[in-house]
Design a protein around this ligand. Structure first.
Ligand SMILES: N=C(N)NCCCC(=O)O
Ligand SMILES: [Zn+2]
Ligand SMILES: [Zn+2]
Length: 328
């Protein structure tokens, strides 16, 4: 358990108890269990949490297909087949830390500024509990980065995405799913020496999109770099860029090729396989990961839960990284 701190989710127990894990699927069918992420307990069912999985069903910041507001519950449903032990990282992510499903935030779909303020306030309330936030569109990264920087100072960020998301405005609107990392950089939330995009590909608006992005402090590992470099090389570069300071991880599911994640709002051909992404995420072990989000799952465009299953596994790897870091 984390050291007790003055937040509403901190431990009220004097004697640490073992974490409450997922439902035992050798006794209760997984399709009959609760619809929480990985069949974990709800936040109100345990006295304290080390990690909270929080849904943010907001998609009013999208530039193309809507529907990511239904992402959190789609990921929860697709997470029912996850099992307790992760052999790739040799860790049982729900046994070494208390993970809970904190439900969904109620955010205003008609007012982006109000929604963003609601998300930031909610995220700030989690002090010693780490957040894995399920979107929702990528707009939600901005308030989450604001809360993270308020707690840690300027943070490193590794941003897994087909898109830069450092564009300036859409229809004059500065807070959208294509702009969170520009706003975050402008506000000084990010350490410009420790920012990295992974998975970038596809058409841009102009060549200057990339130069402006570099000026903000981002380096780029392109999707095509997985063709010429091994995952191990990508991981080594990622670890060099992120160093030892606090790291926020933002995963847009459209980093995956549409074959691996059709259920998303702005799909781009030529993306990563889910295996490449999961193996890259495992390379975060040992970095000072302070929080993460997983965004842009839009179930209306999904088929056979392909995107939902990929997203559930991404979330599982992120939780496994946090668990491994706790053991170190
Ligand atoms: N963050 C995501 N998924 N997409 C941003 C695309 C913005 C655009 O339409 O140019
Ligand atoms: Zn994207
Ligand atoms: Zn994005």
């Amino acid at each position: 358990m984390s050291a007790a701190r003055a937040d509403p989710y901190r431990s009220r127990m004097s004697t640490p108890q073992p974490p409450v894990g997922p439902v035992d699927n050798s006794r209760i069918p997984r399709y009959a269990g609760p619809s929480t992420f990985a069949q974990l307990p709800r936040a109100d069912e345990v006295p304290a949490a080390d990690v909270a999985v929080l849904g943010v069903p907001f998609d009013s910041g999208v530039s193309y297909r809507p529907g990511a507001r239904f992402g959190p519950n789609h990921i929860r449903t697709a997470s029912k087949l996850l099992r307790p032990y992760n052999p790739a990282l040799d860790v049982a992510p729900f046994a070494v830390q208390q993970v809970v499903d904190a439900g969904d935030l109620a955010v205003n779909p008609f007012d982006i500024s109000e929604a963003v303020a609601t998300i930031e306030a909610a995220a700030r309330a989690y002090e010693s509990t780490k957040l894995l936030t399920l979107g929702g569109d990528h707009t939600i990264a901005l308030p989450l980065l604001r809360a993270a920087a308020a707690a840690h100072g300027p943070i490193g960020v590794v941003h897994f995405d087909a898109h830069l998301d450092t564009w300036d405005t859409y229809f004059g609107e500065p807070t959208t799913h294509g702009t969170p990392f520009r706003r975050a950089a402008e506000e000084g939330l990010l350490d410009p020496e420790r920012c990295l995009h992974i998975g970038i590909r596809g058409p841009l608006y102009t060549a200057e999109d990339l130069t402006a992005d570099g000026v903000l402090g981002f380096q780029v590992i392109r999707a095509d770099d997985y063709e010429t470099s091994s995952v191990a090389d990508v991981v080594a570069r990622m670890r060099r860029r992120l160093g030892s300071g606090p790291v926020y991880v933002s995963v847009d599911i459209d980093i995956l090729d549409p074959a691996h994640a059709p259920g998303t709002g702005t799909p781009e051909a030529g993306g990563l396989t889910s295996r490449e992404l999961l193996n890259t995420l495992r390379g975060l072990v040992g970095l000072n990961v302070i929080g993460a989000d997983l965004v842009e799952v839009a179930p209306a465009y999904d088929h056979a839960e392909i995107t939902g299953v990929a997203a559930a596994h991404v979330a599982y790897e992120l939780l496994s990284v946090l668990a491994r870091n706790r053991l170190a």
